[in-house]
Each structure stands twice: as structure tokens, then as C-alpha cells.
Ligand binder design. Structure first.
Ligand code: ZN
Ligand code: MN
Length: 133
């Protein structure tokens, strides 16, 4: 992460960022491409992917690596927790206060300088639960 560095905002990069900020679905590069191509028919999946990587490397957005699936992106860079449906794969935010004491505890146990922590809950979302019953 190159936090705080100046990043040149190309028109495409700006649009990608704007579209990501509109959603809370934690889209993959492919999901973003499907939306963006309607507004910018000449954009390629490669461009979308590359720009999402650049935006997350500079700390403007965050990349979430969840359970071996495709990388997902989140415009909300605050420390917050995620929950993933093991059936349909959707990833949602868990609106709870992050447990910062986990960092102090891990630091004590490992002598690492803890930079941040992630929590991912795994479950079955309400829609998938409905289909099951
Ligand atoms: Zn589900
Ligand atoms: Mn999120």
C-alpha cells in the first residue's frame, strides 16, 4: 500500500471509483466491468481490473480477499467486518464496532506491530435460507 501518494485520476479511473462508491455489494472486477461497459462501451475488463488494483494499492479503496473466490473491492476503507454467504457468495458489511482490543492482544502474543485486522464471518444469507426451507 502506497498510502498518501498522489494518484493521477484519469477519466476511466474516476468513473470506476464513482461507480464503486455507489454500491455496497463488494463487486469483483468482472461485476464492475458489466456495469461500466454500459456507460463506457470501449472500456476493457483489463482496464477495469488494472485500475481497481491501482486504486487499492494506493489505499483509496480496499481489496477484500475472501475465501478463495475472486477478489472483491470496497470503497469503504474504514475497519469494518464482512460476512460471506457460503451458498451464493455474496459479501455484506456487518454493522458492528470493530474489536480493536484484538490488535493489542495479538501484538502482545506475537510481538508484531499490528497494522490492521480483518474479520470475515461465514454464513447462509437470508435469501439462501428462504430457498432452503
Ligand atoms: Zn446467499
Ligand atoms: Mn465492506
Amino acid at each position: 500500500m502506497i498510502a498518501g501518494s498522489k494518484l493521477r485520476m484519469t477519466k476511466q479511473r474516476q468513473l470506476i471509483l464513482e461507480e464503486l462508491r455507489k454500491v455496497t455489494s463488494h463487486p469483483t472486477a468482472d461485476d464492475m466491468y458489466q456495469v461500466l461497459r454500459k456507460k463506457m462501451p470501449k472500456i476493457s475488463l483489463g482496464t477495469v481490473y488494472r485500475n481497481l488494483e491501482i486504486l487499492s494499492d494506493t489505499g483509496i479503496i480496499q481489496k477484500i480477499d475472501v475465501g478463495g473466490t475472486q477478489k472483491r473491492f470496497d470503497a469503504d476503507i474504514s475497519t469494518h467486518y464482512h460476512i460471506r454467504c457460503t451458498i451464493c457468495g455474496r459479501v455484506a458489511d456487518v454493522h458492528m464496532e470493530p474489536h480493536m482490543e484484538l490488535e493489542a492482544e495479538a501484538q502482545k502474543l506475537t510481538d508484531y506491530e499490528i497494522l490492521h485486522h480483518r474479520v470475515e464471518y461465514i454464513g447462509i444469507c437470508p435469501e439462501c435460507r428462504k430457498k432452503q426451507s
